[in-house]
Design a protein around this ligand. Structure first.
Ligand code: GUN
Length: 303
């Protein structure tokens, strides 16, 4: 099996971390370290793993982080109270409320309550609006921003290409479409956003120069859905039963990797593709939030 068509997210994320580390050092020198708080409500096992990984990455780079864990029964009002306190804490520059939240809490209400200046996830309506308008001053959601960096670093042409995105979620699909359809460098794509009600989804996929799967269906993208030479990005993380595995399950993406890899021009492995990039973008956004909070211009990072 040829493995020379992989887009290695770990390598690219590490390159970005090196730059972020330089930014952290510059910030420590000028105003003190960047601070990021993670808020997790309940004990969703995937969320525990993700927040733990993000926190470890902060530690490695010298970003001061803390995790606030609240019980599943926390009310929306209580969570809003905590966010209000974090919004005015000068040592905290970034606030991440890990999704999914328990069903009795409205994610839209919570994401809107985070100060847009500390919204390193890019989920606040002001930042969503800025992204859509092409205003580069806001925060961009970390996973689609990471996918964009993977395309840029792998020198994948984007301008004028047909991009098909599977999944219209607020965290990946919609912001991904907004990034790639902008009238700007590394964008200018013709974007189709496919979802559960899309007819003839295979045909859409077959014309994609870049196919981005964020649909949450295990191994949804099969070989016959992919144009030869297409760039395939797998955002999916799905747990499926596996009687041969120690814990009785295994993680797979939204792409049938072994079959699709033979046909794709470039493809992300999973794990080791998009996941590390999400973390890299989060830490980079946090340095940006810290610089802004301290009235520093972005050129302090040009060291
Ligand atoms: N849940 C899945 N992805 C994300 C993310 O990027 N940010 C937050 N806050 N929650 C998530």
């Amino acid at each position: 099996m040829a493995l020379d068509n992989l887009i290695d997210g770990r390598v690219i994320a590490n390159q970005i971390h090196e730059e972020t580390q330089r930014r952290v050092i510059a910030l420590k020198d000028q105003c003190g370290p960047p601070g990021l708080v993670f808020v997790r409500v309940g004990e969703d096992s995937a969320s525990r793993v993700y927040v733990g990984m993000k926190e470890k990455a902060c530690e490695r780079l010298g970003i001061q982080s803390q995790i606030q864990v609240l019980p599943e029964e926390t009310t929306e009002k209580e969570l809003l109270g905590l966010i209000g306190e974090l919004n005015i804490d000068p040592a905290i520059h970034g606030i991440l409320i890990q999704a999914p939240l328990p069903k009795h809490i409205s994610e839209a209400t919570i994401f809107s309550a985070v100060s847009p200046n500390k919204d390193v996830d890019g989920f606040h309506p002001l930042n969503v609006g800025k992204l859509l308008l092409g205003d580069t001053d806001g925060f961009i959601p970390c996973t689609p921003a990471g996918v964009h960096e993977l395309l840029i670093h792998s020198r994948t042409p984007i301008d004028g290409t047909d991009v098909v995105i599977l999944g219209r979620g607020n965290i990946v699909g919609k912001p991904m479409a907004a990034i790639l359809c902008q009238k700007s460098e590394y964008a200018n794509a013709t974007v189709s956003l496919c979802h559960s009600r899309t007819e003839n989804i295979d045909e859409h996929c077959q014309r994609a120069d870049i196919l981005i799967a964020a649909i949450g269906v295990p191994q949804f993208v099969k070989e016959d859905m992919v144009k030869p030479g297409a760039v395939v990005i797998d955002v999916g993380v799905n747990r499926i039963p596996d009687s041969t595995a120690k814990n009785g399950s295994q993680l797979v993406g939204d792409v049938d990797f072994d079959a699709v890899q033979k046909k794709a021009g470039l493809i992300t492995p999973n794990p080791g593709g998009v996941g590390p990039m999400t973390i890299a973008m989060l830490l980079r956004n946090t340095t940006q939030a810290c610089a802004k909070a301290n009235g520093l211009k972005p050129d302090i990072f040009n060291t």
